[in-house]
Every structure is written in C-alpha cells, then in structure tokens.
Design a protein around this ligand. Structure first.
Ligand code: HEC
Ligand code: HEC
Length: 287
C-alpha cells in the first residue's frame, strides 16, 4: 500500500478516514517506547530470579531462591538470639548491678515496660501512674520501701496476698469493729489532716491528737511519718493512696482499707520479676 502523507502536518496517515477526517500515524514518543522495553526486560529478569508464577500446588521459586518467609524467620531467630543473650546476662547480673550496664538496662527497661503494661497496667495504670487505692509507682513515696530489693519483694510475694511470705499488717477497722465512735473518728481525721498542713478544725484536731497517740502511732509513727516495715503510709506528705478529703480520711479510718496485690511468684518466672523490679525502680522514685 502506498504511504499517504498528511499535507498539514507532514505525518504519515494510517489510511483510516471518518467523515473526511484522516487518522495520523503518529509514532510513540521514544522515551515512552524505551521505558516499555526496559520494563519488559526487567520483568523477564525478575521472573527468572525471584518467585513469580503460581503453579497448581506451589510456585516458581526463581534462581535466587529468595523467600520472604525465610527472611522473616531468620530475622526472628536473630532477634531471639540477641534477646536470649540479654536475658541470660540479666540472670547472671546481681539485681543492684543491672543499672550499671547501660545496654542491659535499656533492654530490661523496654521489656519491663511491655510486661508491666500487660500484667500490672490494669491496676497501676499503663504508665504506673496509679489511681485511688493503687499506688503511683513513679513517685518516691513508698508504702513498703523503694529500694530495688524491697520493690522486688513487693512484686514477688504480693501485699496481703495468699503467699506465705506476703507483706501483711492490716490497719484495724476502727469504725466497722466499733473501736472508735463516729465523733472520735471525725476528730482524729481532723488531726490527720493537720499533719500535712491541710485545712482542719483546730479544736477537733487537738481532741483527735490524743486518740492518735493511743491508737495510731504504733504503725504511723509518733509524728505520722509512717512505717514501711508495716506498709503504713506517711500521713505528713502530699501523697495519698485513698484521697485527702475529710470523707476519704474518715473512710480509711472507718474501714482500715486493706489494699491487696497478688503475689507474682508462680505467675511470672523469677527472671521476669527481676526485670519488673529493675523497671519499676527505674521509673524515677527508686531509692
Ligand atoms: C489486682 C491489682 C494489682 C495488680 C494486677 C498489680 N498490683 Fe501492684 N499493688 C496493688 C495494690 C492495691 C498495691 C498497694 C497495696 C497496699 O495498699 O499496700 C500495690 C502495690 C505495689 C507495689 C508497692 C508499692 C509501694 O509503695 O511500696 C509495687 C512495687 C507494685 N505494686 C508493683 C506491681 C507490679 C510490678 C505489678 C505487675 C506484675 C503489679 N504491681 C500488679 C495492686 C495491684
Ligand atoms: C496496725 C497498723 C496501723 C494502725 C494501728 C493504724 N494504721 Fe492507718 N494505715 C495502716 C496501713 C497498713 C495503711 C495502708 C492501708 C492500705 O494500703 O490499704 C493505713 C492507711 C491509713 C490511711 C490512708 C492513707 C492514705 O494515704 O490514703 C489513713 C488516713 C490512716 N491509715 C490513718 C490512721 C489513723 C488515724 C489511725 C489511728 C486511729 C491508724 N491509721 C492506725 C496501718 C495502721
């Protein structure tokens, strides 16, 4: 067939004509064509080197034998090996010496945070910030002691738990067991408020101070600064486990509270408990 050239553009036509309009045979741009060739060549290379075609029960594996699954498995294995080195280092390192090894401390802190969130977060809050009845573990106010060993023993044996080595000592239920009447409780509550400089009824507080000397100093101390051996809170500071309103204090004295934490020995392995002790100690308030 004879080539027909369009007069206006000088371009060859395809010979198609619609309503007198001729279709030009404009060649594809070179860059576009070469890109197309390049992708075809690339895909042939890819198909031969990498897994590509699905077969009935398997797939073509490619000359390189690459497998994402194998890569992930290897990465997991490497990570596990690195972790198990760290865990065995933790096992060998004395509790107080863990923080002296920055790499180990970083690992234990990261692991501890995850374990804490899962096991302890429901009561203490994910960030260990605590809430009414559940102590904040970030501050330096400790019921049962803030050294790393004391923290570990709180976690391991629990508080008023069923473990034979649990921390125990209950504040008497002064109201429920009718050891003090309502007025005495109200007065001694005013005295408790005065210990931390909170607003109080001075006359009631001075009546309450006598009751405090009789009933409370054995655990909370002469000056109300508490006793960690008995888990008796410091009543002079600004930190309150059950609240600092008059009605909260009255309720604490009335019921004795008796907060409980389960023992973690038996639920978590000793190494995990050790990691948690390091983590909690490192939250900021460790002593
Ligand atoms: C079922 C709720 C609960 C869970 C879960 C729990 N705790 Fe506690 N924890 C408590 C309570 C309540 C207290 C305070 C007990 C008291 O009144 O003396 C406490 C106290 C503590 C103390 C002592 C604080 C101090 O001031 O001396 C530490 C440390 C502690 N918890 C760590 C943990 C860790 C670590 C975990 C997770 C393994 C955990 N807790 C899980 C309820 C819980
Ligand atoms: C046998 C020891 C003991 C005696 C006696 C005792 N307490 Fe307590 N008190 C405790 C313990 C332990 C706690 C913490 C309870 C808990 O953690 O659930 C506590 C908690 C409190 C709290 C709550 C503090 C807070 O941070 O919310 C107040 C208030 C309090 N006691 C006041 C008194 C007063 C007033 C008396 C005397 C009438 C008294 N206690 C006698 C052991 C004692």
């Amino acid at each position: 067939m004879k080539k027909e050239i369009d007069g206006a553009t000088g371009t060859e036509t395809t010979g198609h004509v619609w309503d007198g309009i001729r279709e030009l045979n404009t060649p594809l741009p070179k860059w576009w064509l070469y890109t197309l060739y390049a992708t075809i060549i690339w895909s042939i290379g890819f198909l031969t080197l990498y897994p590509a075609w699905p077969l009935l029960n398997s797939y073509t594996t490619g000359l390189l034998g690459y497998s994402q699954r194998a890569t992930v498995t290897q990465q997991l294995k490497d990570a596990k090996a690195a972790q198990s080195n760290m865990w065995s280092l933790l096992e060998k390192t004395e509790l107080e010496k863990v923080s002296a090894n920055p790499e180990l401390l970083r690992f234990v802190t990261a692991s501890g945070a995850a374990i804490f969130g899962e096991n302890c977060g429901p009561c203490h809050g994910r960030g260990a910030q605590g809430s009414k009845g559940y102590p904040n573990l970030n501050d330096d106010d400790w019921l049962w002691g803030g050294s790393i060993e004391e923290i570990q023993s709180s976690i391991q044996y629990g508080i008023r738990s069923s473990h034979e080595d649990t921390h125990e000592s209950d504040m008497p239920k002064f109201g429920i067991d009718e050891m003090l009447d309502e007025k005495q409780i109200s007065d001694v509550a005013e005295y408790v408020l005065s210990l931390s400089g909170k607003e109080n009824d001075a006359a009631a507080a001075s009546r309450g101070s006598a009751t405090f000397k009789e009933q409370c100093v054995a655990c909370h101390g002469e000056d109300g600064s508490g006793n960690q051996g008995l888990g008796a809170p410091n009543l002079k500071d600004a930190v309150w486990l059950y609240g600092s309103k008059k009605e909260d204090v009255v309720k604490s004295i009335h019921t004795g509270r008796g907060g409980k934490m389960p023992a973690w020995e038996g639920r978590l392995d000793p190494l995990t408990i050790k990691a948690l002790a390091v983590y909690v100690h490192g939250l900021g308030g460790g002593q």
